[in-house]
Design a binder for this molecule. Structure first.
Ligand code: CMC
Length: 391
C-alpha cells in the first residue's frame, strides 16, 4: 500500500490510447473517428459505421460494397452450432444463451486462436460482426419455439436480422423500410462508446492473448448487468411498473431516497453530465416508428413526463442526471415487437463492432501489455497455520 493509486471504478484512470471514439461528457458530445453521432445516425448506415470504426475512415462506394459483401458471406453459422440452443431451457434468458453460444464459436474457428497473424484477426472480426445477428435471432426463435431461419444475403444487414427474427418459413416476410431504418439507427447509436465496462472487459480478456470469440463472450457477460446494457430492459420494465404519469412523483421520491435501492433506470451516466446525445436521436426515432407502424404506446407520454419532472427536480439537476441511450430505446424495440428480454441482446449485437474495433486496436498497439491491476491489501498480516483440532 502507498505504492499504488487507488481508483475504484477507474473514474480517473486512462487504460489505453485510443483513436476510435471521443466523448466530452460535459458538453454531451460523442464522435466516432471524429464524426458526430447525430450526423452518423441521420445519414449513415450501420455497415458504413462499422467500416468507419474498424478502419478509421468512411468508405467510398466500392469499399462499402466490398465490406458488405464480405460480412454477408459470413452470416451463416456452422450447422453444429445450432445444436447448442437445444441444450438450453426454452425460458432461458437470451443473454445467457448469447454468452454460451458466442463463447462456443472459437471451437469452430481454430485459426482464431492464432491472433499474431493480422489476417486471422480480420477474418475473426468479420465472422463476429456477420454471425452475431444470426446467433441473436436464433436465441429469440428458440425462446418462442419457432424454427431457425437461415440468413438471406440479398437483404441488408438489418433487414436480414429482422427477417431472421420475425419471419417464419411458411410466409414471405416483408421488411418495413421505416422499421429497418429505425433498427439500423439503434444499432448505430450502440456501436461503440470508448472504454465502458464491457469494452474494458473485452480489452482485459484480450490482453492475455485470448481469442476474439472468447473476449467478445466476456464482453457480453459484462454488458448484461443492469448498470450497463441491462438498463434498456430494466428501463422499460420500470416504465411499465410506473404506468401512468400520475404515479411518477412516487417513483421520483423513491429514486431520491438514499435508503431505497431504486434508481431511475435509463438515467445517469458515468461520463455524460449533460444530455446523452444518443437519447436525443432515440427520442426522435420513437415518433418515426409510431408513425410508420400506426401505433401509439402511452408509455411514451409517461417517459416524456418522467424526463420533464426529473430534469426540473433539484436532485437530478445537482447530480447532473439526464436520460441516457437506454431511456427511450425500449419503447421503440417494444413497438417493433421485441420482448424486453431481447433488448440487451440487441445492444450486444450492435456493440460487437465496437468491441471488435477496440480489440483490434489493442492487439496492434506496440505498447500493449497484459492488463494486471494491483490492489491495496486489507487482509491479515502473516500468521502461522493452526491445526484443526486446536481451532
Ligand atoms: N437514479 C437515481 N439516482 C442516481 C441515478 C439514477 N439513475 N444514477 C446516479 N444516481 C445518484 C447516485 O445515487 C449518486 O448519488 P450520491 O452521490 O448522493 O451517492 C450519484 O447520482 C452518482 O451516481 P454513481 O452511481 O456514483 O455514478 P456512477 O458513475 O458510478 O454510475 C450509472 C453511473 C450509469 C451506473 C448510474 O447513473 C446508474 O445506475 N444509472 C441507472 C442505470 C442505467 O441507466 N445504466 C445505463 C448507462 S448508459 C448505457 C450503457 O453505457 O450501458
Amino acid at each position: 500500500s502507498g505504492k499504488f493509486t487507488y481508483d475504484p471504478g477507474f473514474t480517473s484512470t486512462a487504460s489505453c490510447d485510443s483513436a476510435i471514439t471521443y466523448i466530452d461528457g460535459d458538453e454531451g458530445v460523442l464522435l466516432h473517428r471524429g464524426y458526430p453521432i447525430g450526423q452518423l445516425a441521420e445519414h449513415s448506415s450501420f455497415m458504413e459505421v462499422s467500416y468507419l470504426l474498424l478502419n478509421g475512415e468512411l468508405p467510398n462506394q466500392d469499399e462499402l460494397a466490398n465490406f458488405s459483401r464480405t460480412i454477408t458471406r459470413h452470416t451463416m453459422v456452422h450447422e453444429q452450432l445450432t445444436k447448442f440452443y437445444s441444450g438450453f431451457r426454452r425460458d432461458a434468458h437470451p443473454m445467457a444463451v448469447m454468452c454460451g453460444v458466442v463463447g462456443a464459436l472459437s471451437a469452430f474457428y481454430h485459426d482464431s486462436t492464432d491472433i499474431a497473424d493480422p489476417q486471422n484477426r480480420t477474418i475473426s472480426s468479420h465472422r463476429l460482426i456477420a454471425k452475431i445477428p444470426t446467433i441473436a435471432a436464433m436465441a429469440y426463435k428458440y425462446s418462442v419455439g419457432q424454427p431457425f431461419l437461415y440468413p438471406r444475403n440479398d437483404l441488408s444487414y438489418t433487414g436480414n436480422f429482422l427477417r431472421m427474427t420475425f419471419g417464419v418459413p411458411a410466409e414471405e416476410y416483408e421488411v418495413i423500410p421505416e422499421v429497418e431504418r429505425a433498427m439500423d439507427r439503434i444499432f448505430i447509436l450502440h456501436a461503440d462508446h470508448e472504454q465502458n465496462a464491457s469494452t474494458s472487459t473485452v480489452r482485459l480478456a484480450g490482453s492475455s492473448g485470448a481469442n476474439p470469440f472468447a473476449c467478445i463472450a466476456a464482453g457480453i457477460a459484462c454488458l448484461w448487468g443492469p448498470a450497463h446494457g441491462g438498463a434498456n430492459e430494466a428501463a422499460l420494465n420500470m416504465l411499465r411498473e410506473i404506468g401512468t404519469p400520475d404515479k411518477i412523483p412516487h417513483y421520483i421520491e423513491r429514486a431520491k431516497d438514499k435508503n431505497d435501492p431504486f434508481r431511475l433506470m435509463g438515467f445517469g451516466h458515468r461520463v455524460y453530465k449533460n444530455y446523452d446525445p444518443r437519447a436525443t436521436v432515440m427520442q426522435k426515432t420513437v415518433r418515426e416508428v409510431f408513425d410508420a407502424l400506426k401505433v401509439n404506446d402511452p408509455l411514451f407520454e409517461t417517459a416524456l413526463r418522467l424526463e420533464e419532472i426529473a430534469l426540473n427536480d433539484p436532485y437530478f439537476v445537482e447530480k447532473k442526471l439526464f436520460p441516457n441511450v437506454d431511456f427511450y430505446s425500449g419503447i421503440i424495440l417494444s413497438a417493433i415487437g421485441f420482448p424486453t428480454t431481447m433488448f440487451t441482446v440487441l445492444f450486444a449485437l450492435a456493440r460487437t463492432v465496437g468491441w471488435v474495433a477496440q480489440w483490434n486496436e489493442m492487439i496492434s498497439d506496440p505498447g500493449q501489455k497484459i492488463g494486471r491491476p494491483r490492489q491495496l491489501y486489507t487482509g491479515p498480516t502473516q500468521r502461522d497455520y493452526v491445526p484443526i483440532n486446536q481451532r
